[in-house]
Design a binder for this molecule. Structure first.
Ligand code: NAP
Length: 267
């Protein structure tokens, strides 16, 4: 187990608390969490203090990293309070759509890593894509990588604009997989399966397929082919699903729409 340096977590909601769980497993010894919601108190533990406002951060607390995990619309109000840590800490922002330029306006000159995680971070199976501002040192990038890797895989990019398609693919991606699970369950009901069985089949098929993908050296396309006997039942379903105007088109358009929305929110 590694020992992580002290961190300041601003926003202990769904993503913030998921990341905190990962850091705890990695040997987090000292952290302060700022979150005004009453539920945040449950995040406190040995070495971990929860406060409701930045004015209550213990005097002298000098975090090596400040994680910005509030909603993007709270940034204007919340962030300027943390500008005083800019000299020493690397800021890691997971706020969707908030550009380095926008964050810098609120913090002044600061070392900022923009990161896009996803909710499987809660079970250490996330994927986070990270982009460093020009003020981030090699040591700070290493620290950011360690912190982000506590919740799953990390990929670094050199072009901030790529965070828009990343947001569309992996940021929102779990929602598409959950939708698939819902639709499979509904289709089972439509075919006359009992509700409990339809639910079980849909869930375990998604869970088992993901585990097989993780355990296999084969590409997703090959795993698909392995299930599909020519002329069989799966082939019949895939003929409809993979038609040019069906899923390939819908996915292309849906991801393009989400990417566009991410761009619009960043503007
Ligand atoms: N959820 C995802 O899938 C996902 C994926 C990638 C990135 N993100 C990003 O992660 C960030 C957090 O999302 P989330 O889903 O974790 O939201 P969330 O569950 O609403 O968490 C935000 C937390 O911040 C608290 N808060 C509000 N104002 C604050 C302030 N001034 N200072 C400190 N804490 C404050 C909120 O308390 P109250 O509830 O009392 O307001 C809440 O506990 C967002 O910027 C989002 O874009 C989320």
């Amino acid at each position: 187990m590694t020992t992580l340096p002290s961190i300041l977590l601003v926003g202990g909601g769904r993503m913030g608390s998921a990341m905190l769980a990962g850091w705890r497993e990695q040997g987090l010894e000292q952290a302060v969490i700022v979150d005004p919601s009453p539920g945040a108190a449950t995040l406190a533990g040995p070495g971990i203090t929860v406060v409701a406002a930045p004015a209550q951060i213990p005097p002298g607390f000098a975090p090596a990293a400040v994680i910005l995990a509030v909603k993007p619309q709270m940034a204007g109000q919340a962030l300027p309070e943390y500008a005083r840590f800019a000299g020493q800490a690397v800021f890691i922002s997971i706020m969707a759509g908030k550009t380095i330029a926008a964050i810098s306006q609120l913090l002044g000159q600061a070392a900022i890593v923009r990161a896009m995680p996803n909710t499987p971070a809660a079970v250490r199976q996330g994927i986070t894509v990270a982009y460093p501002s020009s003020h981030v040192s090699a040591k700070q990038r290493e620290l950011a990588d360690t912190l982000l890797a506590a919740t799953g895989d990390v990929a670094w990019i050199e072009d901030e604009n790529q965070l828009d398609p990343v947001t569309a693919i992996s940021g929102g991606g779990p929602a598409y997989v959950f939708l698939l699970t819902e639709l499979l369950e509904q289709a089972g009901l439509d075919q006359g399966l009992a509700p409990e069985l339809a639910r079980k089949l849909a869930r375990q098929t998604v869970i088992g397929s993901a585990a097989l993908l993780a355990a296999s050296d084969e590409e997703a396309a090959q795993l698909r082919i392995n299930v599909t006997s020519p002329g069989g039942t799966t082939a019949e379903a895939l003929k409809l699903l993979r038609a040019d105007d069906a899923l390939p088109k819908i996915f292309r358009e849906a991801i393009a729409a989400a990417t566009e929305r991410s761009r619009a929110l960043s503007g």
